[in-house]
Design a protein around this ligand. Structure first.
Ligand code: ZN
Ligand code: ZN
Length: 449
């Protein structure tokens, strides 16, 4: 059986000298120009610019003090659609998209077909990841069988077989009693319980945020209380059971308040937010472009402000893409009938750099911290830029401008809510588990000129 919490195909370690890059790693307290040597799968050397010499057989990349070297990003929430929906994405295409976005690790959701709710399926997925995944992948298993909310999965056995935790993502656990039981089992077997929060008695029939625009468009609305009341309820259950829960894709101010209150009480909760909820609002749904239809729906401007403030303060611990690929024909239908979800791995960094860092809303170092913090929330080591650490790095050009999707997508699907937007900041190279897993075509011209 494959070992380790995260699995990927083995590739030859990179032998590279990165000369004169601006290294930024908030966890290691580095924000300065350095030479960095990669070898044997690790960061083999770190020195002042111009102090490390390229050896025989070593590739030289020159950052000329301008290109940035960051700890590789980690995404704790992606949909790789395998098994069962490989026409949207699979382990290979999804993890190649992750590599193109600067991610050196992702956690896949279990709402596949069949649902990942049994040990044999987890074993076969982990074996497939060890053969096919471009970057390391971990798996969350379902909390309830078939995501039906009625019977718990064999949580202890799934943990033993390598599940990082549990989620019914795509749905909430509607029954408080069922969630309580799951959290009692979790205390025995470990792992994190991640929660998609939605009271379906409030959200049913809705296809966008409930407000003035849904009324204007005549679309069924989803009120923010559908999420926030469940966040408050489940935080209280977690607090009562002293259990560890992670709230997925927060979308509104009231949910941020509920998480802040839970943290203030010392309850063991964490949360994530997506780039689209940080950058877009219900206004972007006006054109009824189905790429703007996702769950939870894009909310109001004040909700967006609260999410940004929550990310800045640490109430929200990390960024997660909730990369949710859908085939073109599935999205090319009237808005109400379209499936929910947007892709996000390839645009996450560029979108947030353009929308929040360049506008002075968020410091680049803080963005990097929040794009790497997801690993720690699932008890995995964060990428660090220090001698001897495993090489997990993202090389970016903060000046490069590009239009999202202009030269196609690495993901098998193209339902990006950011398609056609102009971004500044581009991932040029990704190193995951010591190997180069992505290299932007323009890199040779940019770095070696
Ligand atoms: Zn969800
Ligand atoms: Zn999701």
């Amino acid at each position: 059986m494959a070992a380790g919490p995260l699995l990927h195909e083995r590739r030859a370690p990179a032998d590279v000298l990165l000369r004169d890059f601006h290294v930024l790693d908030p966890r290691c307290g580095i924000d300065a120009r350095h030479d960095v040597r990669l070898g044997g799968g690790r960061i083999a050397g770190l020195g002042a610019p111009g102090t490390l010499e390229a050896g025989a057989g070593e590739e030289l990349l020159d950052g000329r003090g301008r290109l940035m070297l960051l700890p590789a990003f980690f995404d704790p929430h992606v949909h790789l659609r395998t098994p069962g929906q490989e026409h949207k994405e699979d382990l290979q295409s999804g993890t190649r998209a992750a590599a193109a976005g600067g991610f050196a690790g992702v956690i896949a959701m279990p709402n596949t077909d069949p649902v990942l709710d049994s040990a044999p399926l987890l074993r076969s997925l982990r074996d497939a990841a060890a053969r096919e995944a471009r970057v390391p992948v971990g798996f969350l298993a379902a909390i309830t069988r078939g995501l039906q909310g009625e019977q718990l999965t064999e949580m202890a056995e799934l943990t033993e077989q390598g599940a990082l935790g549990f989620t019914d993502d795509g749905r909430a656990v509607q029954s408080a009693g069922m969630l309580r039981k799951a959290l009692q089992y979790q205390r025995l077997c470990g792992g994190v319980v991640a929660l998609h929060e939605e009271d379906s008695t409030l959200s049913r029939g809705g296809s966008m945020h409930e407000g003035a625009i849904s009324a204007e468009l005549g679309l069924g609305g989803i009120p923010t209380i559908s999420e926030s009341t469940m966040v408050a309820r489940d935080a209280a259950i977690a607090g009562y059971e002293d259990a560890r829960v992670h709230f997925q894709h927060l979308s509104c101010a009231a949910s941020v308040d509920a998480v802040a209150a839970a943290k203030a009480r010392g309850w063991r909760v964490s949360s994530e937010v997506t780039p689209h909820h940080l950058l877009l609002t219900e206004e972007d749904v006006r054109g009824m472009d189905t790429r703007m239809k996702m769950f939870p729906p894009l909310a109001g401007a004040s909700d967006r402000e609260a999410l940004i403030a929550g990310l800045r303060s640490g109430t929200i611990d990390c960024v997660a893409s909730d990369h949710a690929p859908h085939a073109r024909d599935e999205k090319e239908v009237p808005f109400e009938q379209a499936p929910m979800g947007t892709t996000g791995l390839e645009t996450a960094f560029a979108a947030l750099h353009t929308g929040l860092v360049l506008t002075g809303v968020l410091d680049l170092g803080l963005l990097v911290e929040r794009m790497t913090a997801g690993a720690g929330l699932f008890e995995l080591p964060a990428s660090l830029i220090a001698t001897g650490e495993p090489a997990n790095l993202t090389l970016v050009d903060l000046d490069a401008e590009w239009v999202a999707g202009e030269s196609g997508w690495v993901s098998r699907s193209e339902n990006s809510c950011f398609a056609g937007r102009r971004f500044q900041g581009r991932v040029l190279l990704t190193v995951a588990a010591g190997a180069i897993v992505f290299r932007e075509r323009a890199l040779a011209a940019v770095a070696l000129r």
